[in-house]
Design a protein around this ligand. Structure first.
Ligand SMILES: Cc1cc2nc3c(=O)[nH]c(=O)nc-3n(C[C@H](O)[C@H](O)[C@H](O)COP(=O)(O)O)c2cc1C
Length: 318
């Protein structure tokens, strides 16, 4: 079984991936948040940093691309191949209104003819393997019927299915029954993604779908950075270890942004999830939200690590 770290825009950038790998090695593949190539065929510096080999040393990284234009996709895939990547991933899941309105991300799922043309060209010319991360459709799960037939006509390296539709965003319960129905008909290597937060729960899903060759985990890994290590038989995160992970990330962000305030802002994004691993976190919610500078933030974090017991499994509240 392989375990992958899902792309999370704004959180799982290069600093995060490096620090996570240093403290909790064992993730088989990290996916970058999506890059959006345009007709100008240059990566803006923010996107370039995501994929520069020196930013990703020692990690296995798959760059993700968000576009509906085969030419732009192939340009990006060519640049990434030249940097040494052997696979790129197509984003067919982003639910954001600004993305779907342009027919990209989950919005592309509504255009079967466009997708067919896109894949015809991409699979004829791609210099690297192409995998796909998809939702079930825009509005209802039945849309996946023709989509799956379409996907299975191409040599997609791995089809990662997040069994929600666009209108579910990230809230609606993951549609496990729909995944049950479609899985037997999928002839591609499959990865499941969505809602995994605990070891036993993941084991039950693995027993339910022996055909699934990989699990991709996002927010569950932000809440419990040791989740993949535990799934591979290793120990849970210890308090000291978690504190060291936190401190290395915070220091890394301070260095990267040259601004403690920016670093605090980014750390708070992580705490939206990490707090779920601590029992009795509630009294610290407000102080954490209000902490506007380094010293205030560091004081709240020290109090949390001093007073809140670690849970065995994170208790998701997202
Ligand atoms: C803040 C945030 C940012 C995300 N950014 C991306 C992204 O860049 N590309 C992508 O394919 N999915 C993105 N996702 C979706 C996740 O990769 C994943 O599919 C989703 O969170 C469900 O998995 P999980 O329940 O394990 O988190 C994002 C989700 C969140 C909450």
């Amino acid at each position: 079984m392989e375990y992958e770290f899902a792309p999370l825009e704004g959180i799982t950038g290069p600093e995060f991936r490096r620090v996570h790998h240093r403290f909790f090695p064992g993730v088989d593949r990290y996916f970058t948040p999506f890059l959006s190539p345009t007709q100008h065929h240059v990566f803006p510096s923010r996107e370039l940093r995501q994929v520069l080999p020196e930013e990703n040393q020692g990690l296995t990284v798959v760059p993700q691309i968000l576009t509906k234009n085969a030419g732009d996709f192939l340009w990006a895939a060519g640049e990434l191949a030249a940097m040494g990547y052997s696979e790129v991933n197509l984003n067919l899941g982003c639910p954001s209104g600004t993305v779907t309105a342009k027919g990209k991300g989950a919005g592309f799922l509504a255009d079967l003819a466009g997708l067919t043309q896109f894949f015809d060209e991409v699979f004829e010319k791609a210099p690297v393997a192409v995998s796909v991360k998809t939702r079930l459709g825009m509005v209802e799960a039945e849309e996946f019927e023709p989509l799956l037939l379409l996907f299975c006509r191409y040599p997609i390296a791995r089809l990662t299915v997040h069994p929600r539709v666009r209108e579910d965003h990230y809230k609606h319960p993951v549609r496990l029954e729909a995944f049950d129905r479609f899985l037997p008909r999928c002839t591609l290597p499959v990865c499941f993604n969505g809602g995994v937060t605990a070891v036993d729960q993941c084991r039950r899903l693995q027993a339910r779908w022996p055909k699934v060759e990989a699990f991709m985990i996002g927010r569950g890994l932000l809440a419990d950075p040791a989740l993949i290590r535990r799934l591979k038989g290793g120990p849970p995160a210890g308090r000291e270890e978690l504190r060291a992970f936190h401190d290395a990330l915070y220091t890394g962000y301070c260095r990267r942004f040259q601004s403690t305030k920016q670093a605090v802002y980014h750390m708070k994004e992580l705490w939206r999830y990490l707090r779920c691993l601590f029992d009795g976190f509630d009294p610290y919610l407000r102080p954490l939200r209000k902490a506007a500078d380094g010293p205030a933030y560091e004081a709240v974090v020290s109090a949390v690590f001093r007073s809140c017991p670690l849970r065995t499994d994170a208790l998701p509240d997202w």
